[in-house]
Each structure stands twice: as C-alpha cells, then as structure tokens.
Design a protein around this ligand. Structure first.
Ligand code: AMP
Length: 192
C-alpha cells in the first residue's frame, strides 16, 4: 500500500490537481478539508466542534484530524492525501499509522506558487465557490498557518527523501503535466 501526498499553501491548486491525479492513477482520494466541511454541513458532533476553527482559517488540532484520516485508511489500497499532513506532528502520526498497516509514502508533492498568485486565486475562488473560509479576513490567517505550521513539512519530507517540488504556476494542464512526469518516474522506479 502506497500513499502519495499533495502539499501546498491555500490556493496552490491542490484540489484541482488531486482530482485529475486520482482519475488517472485510480488512487483512493482523501481530502481532509472536504471531509471536515461535510461534517460541518451535516452538523455532526465533530462538525460542531470544529466549525469555528475551520471558518476562522485555523488548523484543527492534530489529534482530531489524525483520527479522521485513520478511520478512512485501508491497507489494501493506494491513496492520494490532499491537505494532510499539515503539521510535523501529523506527519509523524501518519508515519506510525503506515508502519502499523504496512504502508509507505510513495512521494510528497509540493505545489509551489508565489504568494501574490495565491491571493489572486483565493479571491477568485471565494466568488465562485462561496467557501466560508475564503473571505479576505481569513486569507491572511490561512497563509500564516501554512507558513508557521505546514511549511516545516518541506524540510521533514526532504530529509525523508520523499519530497518532489512542482511549480504550481501556469494552466491546470501545465501543472498536471509536471506532476504526471514525477508520478510516472516514481511508479517505474518502484517497479524496477
Ligand atoms: P482545505 O480544503 O484543505 O483548504 O482545508 C480547509 C480547512 O480545513 C483548513 O483551513 C483547516 O481549517 C481544516 N483542515 C483541513 N485539513 C487539515 C489538516 N490536515 N489539519 C488541520 N486542519 C485541517
């Protein structure tokens, strides 16, 4: 069982690229942001607990998100994780989880996009999708959360020899091509 990771700041295009990747490679898809928004929409106890945090643009506590992901991971499949891990604590927890179920990280793709482009994209997305955490007030919070808590993952996965940097600038197809060539490389490397 292999797990591929998509890491990047808000607005980097993770969701768009993730959907294209899972369609092409047949991986199971876990987008923690989508799962949490669904819990909030349904008003479950978890949803009520995390609503203010998510809508304020902050990260939910590691214990909560790790439990959610653990409940979805199944040893018999390959996965693309979109938006998890987002802290070094979560990355450590994922490592332990994979050790327990006999899985490994196939690769961690970092989508790199300059901050000005992120802000333009998120303002555009706020208008189209109406996401409650895409308001101008929360943009700054989300970018800061990324810089403080998620950016350290870059060094973490670099050290693990799993990091693959991909420029997220350009059209959806251009970015997808870059990701694709990394994935193809990793898949052939594993089989040789
Ligand atoms: P996303 O759709 O990936 O941008 O996630 C939307 C929001 O869900 C984030 O701003 C966080 O509040 C929360 N969230 C999603 N994934 C995680 C995670 N791995 N750790 C903590 N919070 C998360």
């Amino acid at each position: 069982m292999r797990v591929f990771l998509l890491i990047g700041p808000p607005g980097a295009g993770k969701g768009t690229q993730a959907r294209k990747l899972v369609e092409k490679y047949g991986w199971s898809y876990i987008a923690t942001g989508d799962l949490l928004r669904e819990e909030i929409r349904r008003g479950t106890p978890l949803g009520q607990q995390i609503q203010k945090i998510v809508e304020g643009g902050r990260l939910v506590p590691d214990e909560i998100i790790v439990q959610v992901v653990a409940s979805y991971l199944d040893a018999g499949r390959d996965y693309l994780l979109d938006g998890f891990p987002r802290t070094v604590g979560q990355a450590e927890a994922l490592k332990e989880l994979l050790r327990q179920i006999g899985g490994e990280i196939g690769g961690a793709f970092l989508l790199e996009v300059p901050e000005e482009t992120l802000i333009e994209r998120m303002i555009g997305r706020a208008k189209i999708e109406g996401r409650t955490d895409d308001t101008p007030e929360t943009l700054g919070v989300r970018l800061r959360e990324y810089q403080e808590k998620t950016a350290p993952l870059v060094a973490y996965y670099e050290k693990e020899g799993k990091l693959h940097r991909v420029s997220g600038v350009g059209t959806v197809e251009e970015v997808f091509e870059r990701l694709n060539s990394k994935v193809e490389f990793l898949l052939t490397e594993v089989h040789e």
